[in-house]
Design a protein around this ligand. Structure first.
Ligand code: ADP
Ligand code: MG
Length: 446
């Protein structure tokens, strides 16, 4: 039991620790930090109680260095911070054991902090329904979409919501990489029984980024059986991926059809209004208030994905710190001045070709030749389309570059690709993936 004195001392130090962090590591601050309770400071250890296991694991796993730095700076002693939970705060999240414990749930990734918009409504509603009735609403639930659009957030929110409703639920949440590595280790050790026991005795299995199973034949086979066992026992399966089931390359047909058999929901890029709401929400979570014009400025400048919106807030926070904590349009402008809107960014044409050539497995010489075979013509049209969208070259220049064709050919290519993109979902997905790998000059030099 901590003595009264130690508790009071802990309280005073903790207050300074929080101030230090908000001064020097502002982007780490979360509003819920104010709910943490310092309980003791003795023997060089500051003990702080978190309200939930998820908070405690997050603080220990992600924030420990920063808190230790702060505790040492404010006390001038070699103090470290130890996060604990109160009695009864345990969650039922099944842990895999140290070697495989790569995923720490973030207390930020809950439904309350997720902004709904036309871009993600179906996915969000489906996750909420599954959280309410695991194994009975949609099974499996398959969420797909581009990078930074909230898939991981939704998966973690679903886990946390289930835990809140059923603290005893056995949930296994992991990245696909973990599944693959664990599988390979167990194969090598000849311990498949252990592996199967782990994955087949849960109520909810959540695997993030399942597209990494692509080309992993043996792991796919094992996952197929895991899937069937759980599915037949009415256990919930939730998966996320950067592509729809049909678009994941080299995925067994029987798995694709399993993935498609439940609910498949796509998350898209957020529209302007949704971006506004997300920026406001993220700022509030960090305990800062941004004026409306600053929020609008961020939402206008940063349009590609939500992760970049957060990066923009972090930048502005840094600048504001240097300007006496003021958040106004001038600060936002100087902080984001170097973020050029996507529409104004330049991609080198060599990079476009490199990516397309690799994607379609063709040769540059063929793209620049007169060949008209479909296997060459389509990648060539995609190159022309992307060159027109992402560079400043004229139709004539682009035509000249791809085998001395005239500008009407380029126009035709652009029209064909645009048309296909709207009407052919599989093709649209391919283009999304190609575009996602292009890095603008701006970002490269940053
Ligand atoms: P993904 O897994 O799809 O790559 P994440 O779930 O990691 O994306 O999201 C990236 C960041 O954007 C996270 O910090 C997440 O909280 C945030 N985010 C994405 N979509 C939303 C949303 N609709 N509302 C609030 N935050 C969002
Ligand atoms: Mg993710």
């Amino acid at each position: 039991m901590a003595s009264l004195n130690a508790a009071a001392h802990a309280q005073a130090v903790w207050k300074e620790v929080l101030e230090y962090i908000s001064r020097l590591h502002g982007s780490w601050v979360r509003q819920w930090f104010t709910e943490l309770t310092p309980v003791d400071l003795s023997g060089g250890i500051l003990v702080v109680r978190a309200a939930t296991t998820i908070q405690q694991q997050y603080l220990t796993g992600k924030c420990r260095d920063i808190f230790n730095e702060a505790a040492q700076a404010v006390t001038g002693n070699l103090v470290s911070v130890n996060f604990v939970t109160g009695a009864g705060a345990g969650g039922g999240l099944t842990r895999l054991g140290d070697a495989y414990d790569d995923v720490i749930l973030s207390p930020d990734y809950v439904f309350d902090n997720f902004v709904q918009g036309p871009c993600n409504r179906l996915a969000m509603v489906a996750c909420a329904a599954v959280a309410e009735k695991p194994g009975r609403a949609y099974n499996p639930l398959f969420i797909h979409g581009g990078c930074g659009l909230g898939k991981t957030h939704l998966l973690q929110a679903t886990c946390q919501d289930i835990l809140q409703r059923q603290p005893g639920a056995r949930i296994l949440y992991l990245s696909c990489d973990t599944f693959i590595n664990h599988f390979m280790d167990c194969v090598q050790a000849g311990d498949m029984a252990e592996f199967r026991f782990r994955y087949r005795h849960v109520d909810v299995l959540v695997i993030d980024d399942i597209h990494f199973l692509s080309r992993r034949d043996r792991t796919q086979e094992e996952f197929f059986h895991t899937f069937n066992t759980l599915f037949q026992a009415n256990k919930q399966i939730i998966l996320s991926s950067d592509a729809s089931p049909n678009e994941i390359p080299d995925m067994e047909d029987r798995l694709v059809s399993r993935f498609n058999s439940g609910l498949v929901a796509r998350v898209d890029k957020p529209c302007y209004e949704t971006r506004i709401a997300i920026v406001s929400k993220k700022a509030r979570l960090r305990g800062i208030t941004l004026p409306d014009d600053v929020v609008a400025y961020i939402a206008k400048r940063v349009e590609s994905n939500t992760r970049e919106l957060e990066g923009a807030i972090t930048k502005i926070q840094g600048y504001a710190m240097l300007n006496g904590g003021k958040y106004d349009l001038d600060v936002a402008r100087s902080a984001l001045g170097d973020i050029v809107p996507m529409s104004e960014r330049q991609i080198p044409i060599q990079q476009i070709i490199e990516v397309v050539v690799k994607f379609y497995n063709v040769r540059l010489a063929d793209l620049q030749s007169k060949k008209r075979h479909k296997s060459i013509a389509l990648p060539r049209q995609v190159c022309m389309y992307l060159a027109r969208q992402k560079t400043r070259y004229s139709l004539e220049e682009i035509g000249g570059y791809f085998g001395g064709r005239d500008h009407t050919t380029v126009m035709h290519a652009i029209r064909t690709v645009t048309e296909q993109r709207t009407h052919n979902e599989q093709f649209a997905g391919q283009l999304d993936r190609i575009e996602a790998t292009l890095t603008p000059l701006q970002a490269q030099s940053a």
